[in-house]
Write a protein that binds this ligand. Sequence first.
Ligand SMILES: Cc1cc2nc3c(=O)[nH]c(=O)nc-3n(C[C@H](O)[C@H](O)[C@H](O)COP(=O)(O)OP(=O)(O)OC[C@H]3O[C@@H](n4cnc5c(N)ncnc54)[C@H](O)[C@@H]3O)c2cc1C
Length: 467
Amino acid sequence: MASDPFQEPFDVVVLGGGNAALCAAISAARAGRRVAVIEGAPEFYRGGNTRHTRNLRCSHDGTAPTMTGPYEQAEFLDDLYRVTGGQTDPALAELTIARSRELLGWMDEQGVLFQPPLGGTLSLGKTNAFFLGGGRGMLNALYRRAENLGVRCFYDTPVTALTVQDGFFVSATVRHAGRDATVRGKALVAAAGGFEANIEWLKQYWGAAADNFLIRGTPFNRGDVLRMLLDAGIAPVGDPTQCHAVAIDARAPKFDGGIATRLDSVVFGIMVNAKAQRFYDEGEDTWPKRYAIWGRLVAQQPGQIAYSIVDSQSIRLFMPSIFPAIQANSIAELAPKLSLDPAALEKTVADFNAAVRPGTFDHTVLDDCRTEGLVIPKSHWARRIEKPPFYAYPLRPGITFTYLGVRVNEESRILLEGGKPSGNMFAAGEIMAGNVLGKGYLAGIGMTIGAVFGRLAGEGAARHARN
Ligand SMILES: Cc1cc2nc3c(=O)[nH]c(=O)nc-3n(C[C@H](O)[C@H](O)[C@H](O)COP(=O)(O)OP(=O)(O)OC[C@H]3O[C@@H](n4cnc5c(N)ncnc54)[C@H](O)[C@@H]3O)c2cc1C
């Protein structure tokens, strides 16, 4: 019979296998601890949502060759307060931003490569560093580094139960090679993501609408570890209905469609729901500031479906999409291809066209092309939809990650209900992102939170395990 790979207790047990887990594991191993990474997914799918990422946001002084800049801490903090509407833990927000300054250097030490600044639709060259080879390239470098430091990585090994006594981690039960095993450690780092892939759990807050959500990332983030911790008396943080959700192509797969399914066409035309009605100002603000609200907006529409409609003037102005646009030579012909009532869609387009005021179209600024007299205005980039062929993309809510999590302190140590810090449990990444993100999102901050708190958690767990 094969020997039990979990027989010897580890110093630090890390649950999860994405950015937060690896940053924690590397930090603990660099402090000389014996570390186990318990990844629920098979090796090919290791790394959860981190596999899909492209960049991380960090404050910097402008000297990094991989970013334009500088991006000062005050500006980053300002950006964070704006998107969250102040719903953030002030101390943890400042900590995230202050420690983000170390990340380029730290990642570089671990072998992560970055590419020169990018332009593109979200214009992030100043604030975000892009991984060479994307999230997978970054993960491969972190896994290589972890393994070189002696970290034991167990794949296809979901955690199925936790033994926690009085807020103290004792052991984890895992399913490994077809049987249950017990993993013991002196300290725990929980970095097993949110519950976005758990449709039943989403339904508790969204009802049947959640059946129509598409999950942009890994099917393995079902929130099992989060649930176990909450059941063990850990203090929750965050509103369970809050999540990062964008509108993605409705033809995307249920899980793991990644970034290629996002559509940037919204500001160039109109969005209509299943009743062929517009429902929100498509030109309220620039796309980087608005793309993350459209998932929630579509989730509130009947059947959780919407259609972005543009004409031939605009079709080349946004990043081409992975699925071809649905095309027709008239609005009346386009409507049945979208299962919309032709008369209703024609009226919506005609009303919109009639309300468009003359202006100078410039999609790079908040231009003066707007509508007048509509209940739902279009404030910028409003041009008549009149030049055939006409194009449409069906859109559904694409859930990126959820914000309900476990409460932590400035050491990344998990807090128990009542506020007392756990003796030996830490958390990092999506599973605690709600401490910093009460609502809203700032592109690239998911990886910042994972890396900053992953490092803190790994260092804290290593310190605990030494004592
Ligand atoms: C399409 C897409 C694009 C994104 N792009 C960016 C970007 O460019 N920049 C950015 O900052 N953020 C981006 N994000 C968000 C980003 O992916 C997350 O914020 C970040 O990866 C979270 O890291 P994590 O380590 O906490 O979670 P993950 O990377 O998701 O890792 C969680 C891990 O836990 C494992 N796990 C789950 N349950 C169990 C269990 N029971 N037992 C054992 N293991 C378990 C999973 O298999 C997974 O390995 C993107 C997300 C998506 C979906």
